[in-house]
Structure formats: structure tokens, C-alpha cells
Design a protein around this ligand. Sequence first.
Ligand code: BT5
Length: 338
Amino acid sequence: MTGETIRSAGDGNRESDRRILEIFRQVHDGIVSGETLSKALNVSRTAVWKHIRSLRNLGYQIEAVPSRGYRLVGSPDILTPAEISAGLRVERIGSHLVCLRETESTNAVAFRLADEGAAEGTVVIADSQSRGKGRLGRTWESPNGVNLYGSVILRPAIPPHHASQLTFLSAVAVAEAIELTTALTPAIKWPNDVLVNGFKVAGTLNEMSAETERVDFIILGIGVNINMRREQFPADLRYPASSLAIESGHEIQRVRFIRSFLEALDRLYTGYLSSGYGPLREAWLSRSIVMGRQVRVAVGDCMVRGVVTGIDEIGALLLRTVEGREERILAGDVVVED
Ligand code: BT5
């Protein structure tokens, strides 16, 4: 892949590094002898030592325990398939993980992989994006090493006009992950911004490839400001923005957040496939900050004002205007006025 660096040799993605980390995580008292590792990997003790050294260079804290072996005492917050998949409990989402150091846009990579036949549940994650995409041709700020930039490939057997229902998956999954990993209370603004204390901390961008009758694949693109610092936000953002670290007052382990997010997404998507849109819609509504509120929505060049009365079966926003007209909004930017 041009312009992209896939985590590979020496990056913790290498099969033997992954195996060593797996073995460390399986043992009870955390100590693994050099001999166990050399047998499991079928390599010499010297080769084991080299692997331990390369893992240390990546930031893993591995102690040598005299006459017993090695103990893993700390892992770095690096985004590798080995780190993210350790202990990940999922059925579909994250079955295949692609971690990139840098790319233009994870959505673009995922779209290309899906076009080439990548399986449902494939997740593309990057440490930074050079041309992160927002909605309607906007840009998503994607500084290195602090946030989540991810794209998930889904292949649901649904007609294209139901695809907008899946817009809600990512925002609800981000909100659940925030609830599980921080003491913060997230709120969702239609369609899919996640806010904390009124500041936007996450945005999502879905893209689809479909034929007339059926969806070929959907890409869920998710950007979450996890540890982004105040000085990393440009002054001219569209909405007041922040990060989970700024709002909570401390750094958050990205790997832990991402695992939590993938598990939430997996639960919600499995629920959608078995029980339909209803439970997902309820989960969205319970965190929505727009229900019953007076809002204005920019739809192209027009401005529509009204009170939000609900969302319909495909996720469109329902408004009652001051003149008493019912409006149904499929896409637009919402501003809460009251
Ligand atoms: C969104 O667009 O909120 C969708 C963002 C989706 C980003 C993810 S990252 C992984 C995947 N790969 C991609 O290439 N994209 C997805 P929208 O509602 O249009 O908001 C974009 C606007 O928010 C911009 O015009 C800025 O004003 C502002 N903005 C840009 N970067 C931001 C950030 N990191 N945090 C908060 N606001 C930001």
C-alpha cells in the first residue's frame, strides 16, 4: 500500500512477538522461562533473548527474573494487532485488524480492502491520517499517536435504503466505550456526533457500496479524540471540540478504549442482525441531546427550525416547525437553540 506503513517486523506485529506476548498473558504468575519460550517458538534461547530485546525496544517492560525467566510488567500504548486483540471478546468486529502508522484516510483504505473482498469485521486503524475526512468534503484533524482513527467493514444483508440505520451503530458504540472506560457522560447529537460536556469528542463518517437491491459493504469511519491536547486543536473548528483526556483530566490508554469500542460495536451489530433496528434506535435515543429540543438544521442552503419529535425507521430526524409543519431531515448539521 503506497504511502502507508503497516505494522510489521519489529513493530510488535511479527508472529513470534505476538506469540510471546500471548504466552505472557496466559501464565498465572506472569513468569515464563526462556526454555518455555524457546520450545513454544521453536527457536534457540539466543533468539528468544533477541525477541525480548526487540519487545523492550517497542516499550514493553519485561523484567528478567533470576533463574526463573521473564515477566511482562507493562505494555506500551501502541496500536498493533497483538495489543488490541489481547483479550478482545468479539464475534465479528475486529476478527481481522490492520494497524497503520500513517495513512491518508482509514476510510479510503477500508473501502479499497472491502472492494478487494476483505471480510466483514475487518478493522483498519491508523496512528495518524494525512487527509482525514469529515462529512460533506470536510477535513478531520488527525494528529499522530493520540486518538482513534478507525474504519470497520460491514457486509449486512440489507437493502440500501436501510443502510442509514447503521449510522447510529458507531455513535452508540463510542458512547458506550466512553461510559465503560471513563467517568464521563457522553451525549449524542443527530446524526452521529458524540459530545462530552457540550464539546464534540468524536465524529463518524459512513460510506457505502451498493447495488439496487442489496448492500455490498458499508464502511463505518470513526474518529475519537482520546488524548488530543488543547494546543492540537485548530482555532477555527466548526463545533466546540475537546478530547476525553481534557474532559476527564487524565490520559486514557488508547488500546483499552479501542478494545472497549470494538466490543461495544460487536454487541450492537450482532443485536441489530438478530433483533433489527429497534434496540439500536432506543440506545441512540436514550443518549440523544436533541429529543424535544428546539433546533436549527442547515440543509444545503436552507435553514429549517423546529422542535425535534423523534427519528424515523431509517434514522431521519423528525421536526415540528413553528408553523406546525412536520419536516423530515435526512442529512444536515444540527444546532440546539434552547
Ligand atoms: C465528522 O464530520 O464528524 C466525521 C469525522 C470522521 C473521522 C473519521 S477518522 C477515521 C475515518 N477516516 C476518515 O478519513 N474519516 C473517518 P463533520 O461532522 O463534517 O465534522 C468535520 C468538522 O469538524 C470539520 O470541518 C472541523 O471543523 C471539525 N473537526 C475537524 N477535526 C476535528 C476533530 N479532531 N475533533 C473535533 N472537531 C473536528
